[in-house]
Design a protein around this ligand. Structure first.
Ligand code: ACM
Length: 638
């Protein structure tokens, strides 16, 4: 007898009971420690919310607003408890002994005491909100417990590329809300690239009036068949909007890091100010590079993806331009870090340019890589002179690392490992580990258009969960240079907020846990079977989109045998699984999976199990196929 999975097919219990069975009480990221105690706290409208510190007022209001939406009642807020009255107390007393961003929650039948300050208290309330099940009979029942919690990494980031596709401020705020719910504390805002310059710079209005829009967007996968849609795509954030976003994020303990790309990925800036190129008179698209008609003259904001030879020329004019831009950026963003890109800068135009070749000689640089290093170091010096530090993608290691730079390791872990060995801080974002959230979650043809052709393949929430940002090869004293981890969201193939949401959920749950929880608390079975189903069921009731996981226990491959027991579990509380064994595409018209069943495959034959998950709101998973093979010819193992 072959078993597809050894999972017990537990009847899906009502959300009320998950706290009783799940060791993590439904919290993502898993807290450092949870000790369940006897009894429960009954949250109802007789409970008083006690918060007698001004600094906690906003967090207290946040909790009360949540209780209104969840329970339909608001708690009375007071400075102190009356004897015998049930209360939720928010306090900073004793919080000075907690680790940075840490908190404690003590839940007893008479009181919930929340200890923390600033971010710690805010995160405590995030956990408390996650602890609250649906209301029953005007009460929300919370298991008694003691929770001690603090983060593993100080940098817990999500990136968003707004150049390839622009997203309105309303969505940026929603994105920040999502980060905050999962205790991520950094929003890396990728504001400039070849396909659009998105931030208003008052000294250079053409950056947005010219660089802020393009005349079309490539159709389908890059490099594609040569067409663009000829539809203008654009959008900019005014400085007032940027300030609004920064303030909104700060209220949720999220730092916003701006990225201003240099010296490559500069086409939009060059389209606005051609003198920033080594060849100001050269058209953007030469020869075969623009296989569509129109827009062939002069400098253009790019309409297709990839990497472009036209990069910043290292003249005094360019450096003055970049310093002026950075002055405005630094004035807007309080962030210690300013991201200056540094990735994917082709050296072709620098090779062809007599000016660049002379510049290399005059500055005793080895070659064009030396010039790249010079460029970054000169900018670093400027940023440092303003009291800030740079982050760059791992190419900034090439030709010599700028002295104080933090490295974002994206081409695998090698750059991060090298930088840590040179005693530089590192943020891990390797595509190969699933941290490129623009990669698709499954190999199903049902997936929408995504980036393709990358060796790093796909990124799903299990893969992200399995990643440990601290490479084993690093000696203990070098491990401290890994300051955190980040998920990257490149939006070449994400035109809408719904697509961004589809690409980030549930991977962001995994990111949250690998960024926050201690390695010893990682438990993929508990995560996938207990907590993700609850969080996705909550999400399913909102207007936020997400990728619906395929059934738990179903492998995406060929399994060999004669007699199979199919044991599956819904990946979302309340979701249903439908299946076929006749090669037709399953839907609600197919058989519904309710309990394990047996399948016999005669010798020399195979059968294909096809499943689909349909959620309470009607969202659908991709169709998942498993080949049950009993010696049939030509069955390929994926
Ligand atoms: C990158 O993905 N070019 C950092």
């Amino acid at each position: 007898m072959k078993r597809i999975s050894l999972l017990l097919v537990a009847a899906l219990t009502a959300i009320q009971s998950f706290a009783q069975t799940d060791a993590n009480m439904g919290i993502i990221p898993a807290p450092v420690s949870i000790k369940k105690n006897n009894g429960t706290f009954q949250l109802d409208k007789t409970v008083t919310l006690i918060s007698n510190e001004t600094a906690n007022a906003k967090t207290a209001d946040l909790l009360n607003a949540f209780i209104v939406t969840k329970g339909g009642f608001a708690l009375r807020e007071a400075k102190s408890a009356t004897a015998g009255q049930k209360s939720i107390v928010l306090t900073s007393a004793g919080a000075d002994k907690l680790p940075a961003e840490g908190y404690v929650i003590n839940i007893s039948p008479t009181q919930i005491k929340v200890t923390g300050t600033g971010a710690g208290l805010f995160y405590a309330v995030q956990s408390l909100m996650q602890l609250m099940p649906e209301k029953r009979n005007d009460k929300i029942t919370i298991q008694a417990a003691e929770i001690n919690d603090y983060p593993r990494f100080k940098y817990r980031g999500m990136h968003l590329d707004v150049s390839r596709h622009f997203f309105p401020v309303s969505f940026i705020k929603k994105y920040i809300d999502i980060l905050a719910m999962y205790k991520l504390n950094t929003f890396h805002w990728h504001l400039t690239d070849d396909q659009g310059w998105r931030i208003e710079i008052k000294q250079y209005p053409k950056l947005t009036s010219v660089g802020g829009k393009r005349n079309g967007t490539i159709i389908g996968n890059y490099p594609g068949t040569g067409g663009t849609d000829n539809i203008e795509h654009g959008g900019i954030y005014t400085q007032d909007e940027v300030k609004q976003v920064i303030a909104y994020a700060a209220a949720k303990y999220i730092n916003v890091i701006p990225e201003i790309e240099m010296p490559g990925h500069a086409s939009a800036a060059i389209a606005a100010y051609p003198e920033l190129s080594a060849f100001p008179d050269r058209d953007t698209w030469v020869g075969e590079k623009a296989p569509w008609s129109g827009d062939r003259k002069g400098k253009q904001v790019q309409q297709t993806w990839g990497v472009f030879d036209d990069v910043f020329v290292p003249t005094n004019n360019t450096f003055k331009f970049l310093e002026n831009v950075l002055d405005e950026v630094i004035a807007l963003f309080p962030s210690k870090y300013i991201h200056i890109g540094g990735d994917e800068c082709p050296k072709e135009y620098w090779k062809q340019s007599a000016f660049c070749q002379q510049f290399i000689k005059d500055n005793n640089l080895k070659d064009e890589h030396g010039l790249q290093s010079y460029f970054i170091q000169r900018i670093e010096k400027y940023v440092n002179s303003k009291g800030r530090s740079i982050i760059g993608w791992d190419e900034i290691l090439e030709g010599g690392l700028a002295p104080n730079a933090t490295v974002m390791s994206w081409r695998g872990e090698a750059g991060g490992i090298e930088a840590a060995k040179q005693n530089h801080d590192v943020i891990m974002t390797p595509g190969s580990a699933g941290l490129y959230f623009d990669h698709k979650s499954s190999t199903s043809p049902d997936e929408p258009l995504t980036i393709s052709g990358l060796g790093s393949g796909f990124s799903n929430f299990q893969k992200v969960y399995n990643y440990d940002p601290v490479p084993k090869v690093l000696a203990v004293e070098q491990q401290k240079y890994i300051i955190g981890v980040q998920g990257n969201v490149w939006t070449e193939y994400m035109e809408t907020p719904a697509k961004v949401e589809y690409m980030i959920f549930p991977k962001i749950f995994s990111l949250s846990e690998i960024a926050w929880s201690p390695v010893a608390r990682k438990d993929i079975k508990n995560f996938i079977e207990e907590r993700v189903p609850v969080h996705l069921a909550k999400l399913d009731k909102t207007n936020t989109n997400y990728w619906v996981p395929t059934p738990i226990g179903q492998p995406e491959k060929v399994v060999n045998g004669e007699n199979f027991t199919i044991e599956l579990k819904a990946p979302i509380d309340g979701a249903r699984i439908f299946y076929t064994l006749d090669n037709y595409r399953p839907s609600e018209t197919a058989k519904e999976y309710t309990s394990s069943f047996k399948v016999n495959v005669p010798q020399g034959q195979k059968k294909t199990l096809k499943t689909i998950v349909i959620t309470p709101s009607g969202k659908r998973s991709v169709v998942m196929e498993t080949t049950l093979n009993n010696g049939a010819p030509e069955v390929k193992t994926k």
